[in-house]
Design a protein around this ligand. Structure first.
Ligand code: DC
Length: 227
């Protein structure tokens, strides 16, 4: 039976990763969070004192970084030069730096090659910004999950609060809007909805409702998903 690929794209804070992992658990598929790869690279650059917003610095050092992804059950571990970066990926500093490094074509080419190789090895759900448009344009089913900036900012703010990062809601909203702009205006693989993606706006939906919509559409697509 051929490998199945499910693409979930959308802006930050739309709930892609959470719904992708719930879907993966429900359908017994592997899940690759591609944002974690951009974040892990950004975290490693920051730790090494490099400036992720400076393309000269990043590109001069890119070949010193060896990124790999391991799975322990459903848990993704994203390693750079053998060091698991999974614990330091979700600070505001790393979020901004990941958006910066994701602008560079050489960085994208490097990470996209790893993503495609993984997706060839077994059935996968991938979430990111360019999965349905660039990484896997032939994915079996594509979702574009979105929500209003205010809804996404509120969700992100709650996550940051829970992690002890004391940012104001206004600041989080400004950050989300800046990243939206940067992610959708970069020259290479900007965030955009694939023509054949199912658009789900989660602003007024509960998590369960989003998941139900996805499962219904997957069923309607007739994918042969045998766990
Ligand atoms: O999904 P996320 O917030 O963890 O992603 C972090 C950053 O990485 C985001 O600003 C955009 C970038 N990204 C990307 O350009 N392409 C992807 N496939 C995934 C993430």
């Amino acid at each position: 039976m051929k490998n199945i690929t499910i693409a979930i794209d959308g802006p930050s804070g739309a709930g892609k990763s959470t719904s992708a992992s719930a879907l993966a658990e429900r359908l017994q598929l592997a899940h690759l969070d591609t944002g974690a790869m951009y974040r892990a690279l950004a975290a490693a650059l920051l730790q090494d004192g490099l400036d992720p917003s400076d393309p000269d610095q990043v590109l001069a050092h890119l070949n010193h970084y060896d990124l790999s992804v391991d799975f322990e059950g459903a848990d993704q571990h994203t390693l750079v030069n053998g060091i698991d970066r999974s614990a330091d990926l979700y600070t505001s500093q790393v979020s901004r730096a990941a958006s910066d490094v994701s602008r560079y074509s050489q960085v994208r080419a490097y990470l996209v090659a790893i993503q495609r190789k993984l997706a060839e090895s077994q059935s996968f759900i991938l979430d990111g910004r360019d999965i349905g448009t660039v990484v896997l344009p032939d994915a079996d089913i594509k979702f574009f999950l979105t929500a209003s900036p205010e809804t996404r900012a509120r969700r992100r703010w709650s996550e940051l609060q829970a992690r002890g990062e004391r940012l104001g809601l206004e600041e989080v909203l400004a950050d989300i809007e800046a990243r939206d702009y940067q992610d959708s205006h970069r020259a290479d693989s900007p965030l955009k909805c694939a023509d054949d993606a199912h658009v789900i706006d989660s602003s007024e939906l509960s998590f369960d409702q989003v998941l139900d919509q996805m499962l219904t559409l997957i069923q309607a697509a007739g994918l042969e998903l045998v766990p």
